[in-house]
Every structure is written in structure tokens, then in C-alpha cells.
Design a binder for this molecule. Structure first.
Ligand code: GCW
Length: 721
């Protein structure tokens, strides 16, 4: 008996060993993000190891250099599967980590650092005292930290590190995450569990996750975080919460990350007991000044305020018949002595009903160009409406040359299937950044507007509404991590390629094997087109269910504010579909520079992507493909479903490269996505057919249920509201 058990145990051990050798990695829960640092394949390890013999750092490193060294030790130790020593003198193969001021050996090389600014880095293979070494340097400690992460990225992605000469400087000054986190730990539009900020136990308890959050952000160059929701509770400015924010700021500081807060414009009334929040009232200005002073005592490098004013019921200067610039400038004056900034949002629309929501932000803000204080940046959503699967770029980009304009994108997928649908947003972000505003002739891309190049602004900003929560995998799915990653990498360089970023991410997060990387990246790039096709093809927008914004609801037309109704956007009736934004309609096209306006207004040049965004057309309109609009619409919905099926097939073939836990999760989520893509298609077709009264094109399967069935579906307790 005992013998048998021993034999069995031996067999089990052998099977396990074989299993381990064959399987790519043990089950992983996604917590490590793209910083997994699992041992690299033998050949890559052998090539890198001689150039990572030891880390040489300043004798008394700053906290930032300290974390750079710790990360290199951890990362190289893991990737190369052996301890990474720290030395004080440079031997052969050493990595020298520091600024020239900190390491004389680096100073002696007289490296060309002047163009790197205060956050850039240089990775350079060099010779010190006759020994081949690697230099990780910059003009500041945070530049060195970014360099350390860049070196790790090289190793992680299997790039050689023996002949390095890699300099990089961020193009955008403020690269930030906006958390829509409430003080009770709910998260508006959050689909990854409750807020990462354990407000109740702060400032005392420092969840180790805060440090990992900072590491992850620093690894992609994010240097700011707005801790709380733009629908801001005044309580964030109470001493209790300032102390909590200060504790987080202390944790983030070594990683080069500044803390910002969203503020409620009526705080002087709600917290200060004043009778008004009128920005021109001296008592109001004095209240904000005192509050700013109080914050800077607790957080000396506090970044500033983010403000949602006179938008969706939030208070603002308009309550006192003051302009947005008067409101912003009053806050800016309170922060200016401390070098803080005001980030003022341009997301406004009113309940006019007969207007065009797509025009409202431009109409309200463009006349204010030139009226904002120097330390104000206007934060503009990528599209003129609201984070839809596809929108044209906001016409404000390029229209306010005297004002620094920041770009706001949503990393969390409020309108794109929440956490379960696989949608790689790098492609969406890049589409906006690459869009040509023609504000100053061809080549005036949104990227050049928001990085300050076009209009010579020092202050530049890109903000992403975070998809981070307390879920073990941070973002609600492993593939959602790619959207955080892509955001950071594009914020650093808005001209970077979203495909190249996806390649990096896939290699670091899953596998270096080309058999994995190619198909997975193709799947990610396809995913954005798939969601557009099954949710809002041909330029449709805002067809999602009321409040939760999850499933399809193109029929909704009874909400009190016209602009909340999907029917307001699709304008489907017996004659046709689409929103006429040409001069026969709202003339929103006229808000764009003439070449862009002309392209969007002309049916011959607008293209399928924005067709129904700008035009109301008969169901029988002939598309470029020679199909009718109706047939093309149906085909696009069906194509979206087929594309998700293709994604499922791709992923099934990836099983051998991925650990079982992450494989199973993505497999299940893709099945959900497929089911829901079908639901989107069927419900949308059922509704639009009730308007067009046209038969489905040949070969198209009718919706599984009646229109009434889809209309009756309800989703109480949906997350994120
Ligand atoms: O997309 C809409 C969301 C709101 C959000 C608002 C905004 C924070 O539905 O939840 O509020 O945009 O950006 O202010």
C-alpha cells in the first residue's frame, strides 16, 4: 500500500514537472499587470544577463532613485531568474543609475542631456574605466526612474540591451488619471470593484496596493492623479480628507506622481458657511485662497483643482451669471502662488431640446479664448458628445489657440460594454490624436494641439478617466489593463502607434512568443471596430440604455432632457436615419476648420465612419459600396457579431500560451461579449426595421425576439451609476 502511494506520488511529481515545463506559466490573477517579471526564455536571458551584472547607484540615493534601483533589482532579478546585486563601483556589465550630479562616472561621460527636459531619460551603452556598462540617466531623479522602467521594458519585450542609445522625453507635461471615485468608495462608471482608495482607513492604513498603483503608473509615465469624482463632494476639502489625500501624496511622491483634487464650486457655501460662491465676491476668493494655503501645508507639491462646473447639475459661476473664465480664474489666483493649476472641464450641455448637443461646448467656450489665466487648462473630451464608441474629434481642438487645451478620454468603458467586452482603446485614442484639425493648415493634428506644439503652450495635459478599482486584476479584466497601459504610453508620446503599444503590452502581460503576439494584437486592433459595428455603426451614437449605458435602447425618446434620448441622436423615422449636422440641419460642421467642414458636409467625402453623425439619409440611400443604407446598416451590425466570433476563435488558439486562470477569464468574457453583441444587433435591427419597414437583406437572420421583448429588458443594480 505504502509502496503504491509512493509510486503514485512519484508519477504525480513527474506529471506535474512535465506540466510545468509545457505550460507557459502558473495560474496568474492579473495583479502583477505588465510588471510580471517572469523568467524570460533562456536565449533572451543569456543575451541580457552580461549587461545586467549589477546595479550601481549613488551611495545615498534619493527616494526616487531608491525606487528605481528596487524596481531594477526586482525586475531584472525576476526576468533573468537570479538575484540582481547592487554594487558601489562599476564592474563589467554594470548598470549605472542616477543623474550626472549623483554619479561622477556618468558626469565624466558628458552625455547630451540638455534636450531631455526635466522628465526625459537616456539609456546608453558606454565604457567607464575601460569596462562596458549601461547608463540609465536623466536630468532629474524621476527621469532616471522612467529610464529604469524603459530599460526593464526593453528586457521584458526581448529587445537587445547591448548597444543602447535611447533618449526619450514626454511630449505632454501633465499625464494624468482622473478617478471618478466617491468618498464612500463607490465609483461612478467604475466596473472593477469599489474604489482603490480605502478612504475610511486613510490616512493611517497604507494599503500596499497604493505603492503598486504608483509603480504601474510610473512605468508608463503617468505623473498626476485626480483622486475623486468630478461630481465632487465638498467634503473632499475638509481637513479630514485633506489629511487622507496627503497620505496618498506621500506614497506617490517618489514615483513622480502629483495629487490633484476635484472640487465642488459651491464649497464656500457648503463648507465655509458663506452665502454665495460668486467668483467675483472677495469673501469667496479669500475662502479659496485660504483653502489652497491649507492644502499646500499638507501637500507641498499639490497639483491643483479639477472642476466640473455648470454641467449636469453641478454648481458653477453661471449660477451667478459669471463666465467659465471668471470662475476658473478666481480658483487659479488661489493656486498660483503655489504653482498649482486649474483644470476646467469643457463638458457642458443644457436642456434646450431643439439645439444640437454636439455644438454646445464649442458655442460656450470658443468666445472665451484668451480670457483664461496662465495656470488654467481647459479639459476637452475627445468627441463633441460623450465618450462614444466612435465620434469625430471635438471641434474645440484647434479653435482656441490662446488657451491650453487638454484632452480627456475615458479608459473605463462606460459606453463600450463595461469591463467584460474586450475593446482595445489604444486604437480609439490614436484615432482622435491623429485627427487633423487643419487649424493651422494640414498636419494640425489633435496631438499637436494638446501637446502644446501647435500654439506654443507650455502647459499641456492629457487625462484618462481611470478604469481602476479594487478588483484583484485592477481593471475588471486582464485586457482592460491594456487600456490603462496604452493611455499612459500615448500620453507620453501622442504620436506613438497604438499597435506597437499593444505589441509591447501583450509581450509583457502574456508571452513573447510570436505565435501569441501577432494574433492577439490583431484581435485587439479589430476589437474597437467590432464594438463600433455591433453598437453604433456608420456614425450612430448614444444608443445605450438609460442611466446604466449598457445595452441597446435606440427606441428611448421619453426622457425629460431631449439630449438624453437615443432617439434624439438616431432621428430614425419612416423616411430615414441620421442627424443632419450640415447647413440644412444644425450646421455643426461649420464649427470645424473649412477643409474639415467641407469633408464632413459632403456625402462624397464624409466616409462611412461618420456618415450618420453628420447626415440624415433615406433608408434607400446608395452607399459607396452600392448597397442601400438599410442593407449596409444591417450588414454592419452582423459584421460586429461575426468579428467577436473571430476574436473568440483567435483566443481559443492562444490557450497554449496563456496560464489557465487568465485564459479562462478572457474566454468567458468573450462569450459574454458575443452573446451581447448579438443582443445589440438584434435589438437595434428590430427597432430600426420598425421605422424603415424594409425587409432584411438576403441571408440575414431575423432578430431572435420581438422589439417589445428588447424594450422590456431592465437592468436594476447595474454597476457604476
Ligand atoms: O459620460 C457622462 C457620464 C457621467 C459623467 C459625465 C462627465 C462624471 O455618464 O457619469 O459624470 O459624463 O463626464 O462629467
Amino acid at each position: 500500500m505504502i509502496e503504491r502511494i509512493a509510486r503514485l506520488a512519484a508519477i504525480v511529481t513527474i506529471v506535474m514537472a512535465l506540466g510545468l515545463a509545457a505550460s507557459p506559466a502558473a495560474a496568474e490573477d492579473g495583479y502583477a499587470l505588465w510588471l510580471r517579471y517572469q523568467p524570460l526564455p533562456q536565449g533572451i536571458r543569456a543575451a541580457a544577463a552580461p549587461h545586467a551584472a549589477a546595479i550601481v547607484a549613488p551611495a545615498a540615493p534619493s527616494p526616487t532613485i531608491g525606487v528605481a534601483v528596487a524596481e531594477l533589482q526586482r525586475g531584472l532579478g525576476g526576468l533573468l531568474a537570479r538575484p540582481e546585486p547592487v554594487a558601489h563601483t562599476a564592474g563589467v556589465g554594470a548598470i549605472l543609475v542616477g543623474t550626472p550630479a549623483e554619479l561622477p562616472a556618468i558626469a565624466a561621460l558628458h552625455l547630451p542631456l540638455s534636450g531631455l527636459g526635466d522628465e526625459g531619460y537616456l539609456l546608453r551603452s558606454a565604457t567607464v574605466d575601460g569596462k562596458a556598462v549601461t547608463i540609465v540617466t536623466g536630468n532629474s531623479d524621476v527621469g532616471v526612474l522612467y529610464g529604469a522602467f524603459a530599460l526593464l521594458r526593453q528586457v521584458q519585450t526581448g529587445a537587445p540591451i547591448d548597444r543602447l542609445d535611447l533618449a526619450s522625453t514626454p511630449k505632454v507635461r501633465i499625464r494624468m488619471l482622473d478617478h471618478w471615485d466617491n468618498l464612500d468608495r463607490t465609483v461612478e462608471r467604475g466596473y472593477a470593484g469599489e474604489s482603490i482608495w480605502d478612504w475610511w482607513r486613510l490616512p493611517d492604513w497604507h494599503d500596499p496596493r497604493y505603492t503598486d498603483y504608483a509603480r504601474a503608473n510610473a512605468s508608463i509615465g503617468i505623473n498626476g492623479t485626480v483622486l475623486n469624482n468630478v461630481n465632487a463632494s465638498p467634503d473632499i476639502l475638509t481637513p479630514r480628507f485633506i489629511a487622507k489625500a496627503a497620505a496618498l501624496a506621500d506614497i506617490f511622491r517618489p514615483y513622480g506622481i502629483k495629487v490633484y483634487l476635484s472640487v465642488n464650486f459651491a464649497s464656500p457655501i457648503k463648507l465655509g458657511g458663506l452665502k454665495t460662491a460668486d467668483p467675483l465676491d472677495p469673501q469667496v476668493a479669500a475662502w479659496w485662497k485660504a483653502k489652497a494655503d491649507e492644502i499646500y501645508k499638507a501637500i507641498p507639491d499639490f497639483g491643483g483643482f479639477l472642476v466640473k462646473a455648470n454641467s449636469e447639475g453641478q454648481p458653477g459661476p453661471g449660477d451667478y451669471h459669471r463666465s467659465h473664465s471668471q470662475g476658473a480664474n478666481m480658483l487659479a489666483a488661489a493656486l498660483a502662488p503655489h504653482h498649482g493649476i486649474v483644470i476646467w472641464r469643457a463638458f457642458v450641455y443644457t436642456a434646450t431640446g431643439d439645439g444640437d448637443r454636439a455644438k454646445e461646448a464649442y458655442d460656450e467656450f470658443k468666445p472665451l479664448d484668451g480670457q483664461f489665466a496662465d495656470n488654467v487648462v481647459l479639459q476637452v473630451k475627445n468627441g463633441p458628445i460623450d465618450f462614444q464608441p466612435r465620434e469625430p474629434f471635438s471641434p474645440l481642438f484647434g479653435a482656441m489657440p490662446k488657451t491650453p487645451l487638454g484632452l480627456e478620454v475615458q479608459i473605463t468603458k462606460e459606453y463600450l460594454g463595461f469591463a467584460t467586452h474586450l475593446v482595445y482603446l489604444g486604437a480609439l485614442f490614436q484615432e482622435t490624436l491623429d485627427a487633423d484639425t487643419y487649424a493651422d493648415g494640414p498636419g494640425s493634428t489633435v496631438a499637436k494641439v494638446i501637446d502644446g506644439e501647435l500654439d506654443h503652450h507650455q502647459l499641456s495635459l492629457i487625462a484618462g478617466v481611470a478604469n481602476i478599482g479594487s478588483d484583484r486584476d485592477w481593471c475588471g479584466s486582464d485586457f482592460n489593463q491594456a487600456n490603462w497601459y496604452a493611455f499612459g504610453r500615448l500620453a507620453w508620446d501622442p504620436t506613438a502607434s497604438s499597435r506597437a503599444i499593444a505589441v509591447e503590452w501583450a509581450k509583457m502581460t502574456f508571452s513573447l512568443d510570436p505565435g501569441f503576439v501577432g494574433p492577439t494584437v490583431d484581435m485587439m486592433m479589430l476589437s474597437r471596430e467590432a464594438v463600433v459595428n455591433y453598437m453604433t455603426p456608420l456614425g450612430l451614437a448614444h444608443q445605450m440604455g438609460t442611466n446604466h449605458h449598457y445595452g441597446p435602447a435606440p427606441w428611448v425618446d421619453n426622457l425629460p432632457q431631449a439630449e438624453w434620448n437615443p432617439a434624439y441622436y438616431n432621428r430614425a423615422d419612416a423616411t430615414g436615419i441620421g442627424f443632419d449636422r450640415t447647413k440644412t440641419g444644425s450646421n455643426a460642421v461649420a464649427q470645424y476648420a473649412p477643409p474639415v467642414a467641407k469633408r464632413f458636409a459632403d456625402l462624397a467625402t464624409v466616409g462611412d465612419k461618420y456618415l450618420l453623425w453628420f447626415h440624415h439619409l433615406p433608408w434607400t440611400y446608395r452607399m459607396a459600396s452600392d448597397e442601400t443604407l438599410w442593407d449596409s446598416l444591417v450588414h454592419h451590425y452582423t459584421l460586429g457579431v461575426t468579428q467577436v466570433a473571430d476574436m473568440q476563435n483567435t483566443w481559443t488558439a492562444m490557450q497554449r500560451y496563456v496560464d489557465p486562470e487568465r485564459y479562462a477569464k478572457a474566454t468567458t468574457f468573450l462569450a459574454i461579449q458575443h452573446r451581447e453583441a448579438q443582443w445589440w444587433r438584434d435589438a437595434s435591427i428590430a427597432y430600426f426595421q420598425s421605422k424603415s419597414h424594409l425587409p432584411l437583406p438576403a441571408g440575414e437572420v431575423p432578430p431572435a425576439h420581438s422589439l417589445a421583448y428588447y424594450e422590456a429588458l431592465r437592468f436594476p443594480h447595474a454597476p457604476g451609476i
